[in-house]
Design a protein around this ligand. Structure first.
Ligand code: NZQ
Ligand code: ZN
Length: 389
């Protein structure tokens, strides 16, 4: 086991009506004015935004709003939010939505804490993240795990580049998680979320360091749980217990509990972000589209690891490691297909991409072949291209 540090500052309030705690939680952070960040309208239609506003106002807290966050959230809207936060004097940013709203809220929290600095400078690394306003979350979808994570992913629509910024300072201070809020999710978003949760776990599972028993058991438990309950929720989206399990898996999968004591891989996320940034595809779908190709490209690096994954997660009984490893990859893809997720780029709305586009994405992901991605197998530009292909 490698040495590690773990920091989980997020207070979780989980269960029915959790969102009604928004006022008291904001008060714990001495908030006087909260900037509420939401998306394309689902929380307005469901009445959730109104409920959150009411409990904040009941505590004497003023409210500002920034709506219109899109999936694959845009840098330009976040910049608008920064202005709004500074001009209104907001002292807490609260996302009411999914990963896209949370990441926009985190970006606002970073730049509003340092007026006069362009948001992009934090993303390029030119300016370090040294402080941030507190961020709170009312989660409406289990997927990105941003409610406990240290990252915020934005798309710069001018360049088509999707990239993240990372800091413990943006880990949300509190997150309200009411599984009932997921009843209104479009099925496609539910299943994209299930894939993302699996991928946050698998990107930490297939790495060059073995011998982390507890971390492995947690990761395998998260995978079995999200797969089992993912199927239940896919069949019946009002299944509160299944949604509860999925929602909690989403947080555990990405707060690092599934990866302690070893490096991360995250090459599939890099492959996926290129597709998401360029073609505005849903994040989870970009991941299921590339995972099988990635796995077949790299599995020979550590066949016993893939075989172990197959036995522990999919219950594969095959004793031959190579056969078990290949069966595990197949089972994973079959599961993605069963919940109607793509298993290659051609199955996405983008459709089959020309060679030069694939090469362009491989080039962008590796910054012109100057950086290698992943840790299980370090991937160069040509490797990325082969996987896309
Ligand atoms: O915008 P509205 O109208 O709210 O609709 C949203 C959106 O269209 C809808 N939705 C969410 N909750 C709903 C709902 N519709 C009905 N009822 C509900 N309860 O779902 C759509 C997708 O929302 P989004 O916030 O984009 O989903 P998700 O949570 O999957 O977030 C994806 C984003 O997070 C990033 C992804 O790259 C992507 O940009 N990620 C962030 C990470 C992080 N910060 O740690 C890690 C992840 O790996 C990921 O990269
Ligand atoms: Zn993800």
């Amino acid at each position: 086991m490698h040495s590690f540090e773990q920091y989980m500052p997020t207070k979780i309030v989980f269960g029915k009506e959790a969102e009604l705690k928004a006022g008291t939680l904001a008060k714990e952070w001495q908030a006087k004015k909260v900037l509420l960040v939401y998306g394309g309208g689902s929380v307005v239609r469901s009445g959730l935004l109104g409920r959150v506003e009411a409990v904040l106002k009941a505590e004497g807290i003023e409210v500002e709003e920034l709506g219109g966050v899109k999936p694959n959230p845009r840098m330009s809207l976040a910049k608008e939010g920064v202005k709004k936060a500074i001009n209104s004097g907001a002292d807490l940013v609260m996302a009411v939505g999914g990963g896209s709203c949370i990441d926009t809220a985190k970006a606002i929290a970073i730049a509003a804490a340092k007026p006069g600095t362009d948001l992009e400078e934090f993303w390029s690394g030119k300016v370090p993240i040294e402080k941030a306003l507190p961020v709170g979350v009312v989660l409406t979808i289990a997927a990105a795990g941003s409610e406990m994570s240290d990252s915020a992913v934005l798309t710069n629509e001018e360049t088509g580049k999707k990239a993240g910024a990372h800091s413990d300072l943006v880990r949300p201070k509190f997150a309200m998680m009411n599984p009932e809020l997921m009843y209104t999710l479009p099925k496609y978003q539910l299943t994209c979320g299930i894939v993302d949760i699996m991928m946050h776990t698998m990107e930490r599972y297939f790495t060059p360091v073995d011998g982390n028993e507890l971390t492995d058991e947690i990761a395998e438990g998260v995978l079995r749980t999200v797969i089992r309950n993912g199927l239940k929720a896919y069949e019946d989206q009002q299944n509160y217990d299944a949604l509860s399990e999925i929602m909690w898996c989403g947080s555990i999968s990405h707060n690092n509990m599934t990866g302690l004591g070893r490096p991360k891989d995250f090459a599939c996320h890099k492959l996926g972000h290129e597709i998401g940034g360029m073609f505005d595809e849903a994040h989870g779908a970009t991941l299921s589209a590339v995972w099988g190709s990635w796995a077949r490209y790299v599995y020979q690096i550590d066949i016993p690891r893939f075989a172990h994954f197959g036995r522990k997660v999919w219950g594969i009984e095959e004793v031959d490691d190579i056969k078990a490893a290949l069966a595990a990859i197949e089972e994973t893809e079959k599961f993605f297909e069963r919940i109607e997720m793509p298993v290659c780029i051609g199955q996405m709305k983008t459709g089959v991409l020309e060679d030069d586009v694939l090469m362009q994405m491989a080039d962008s992901a590796t910054k012109g072949d100057t950086v290698e991605l992943g840790s299980f197998k370090k991937l160069k530009k040509q490797d990325m291209y082969e996987i896309y292909k």
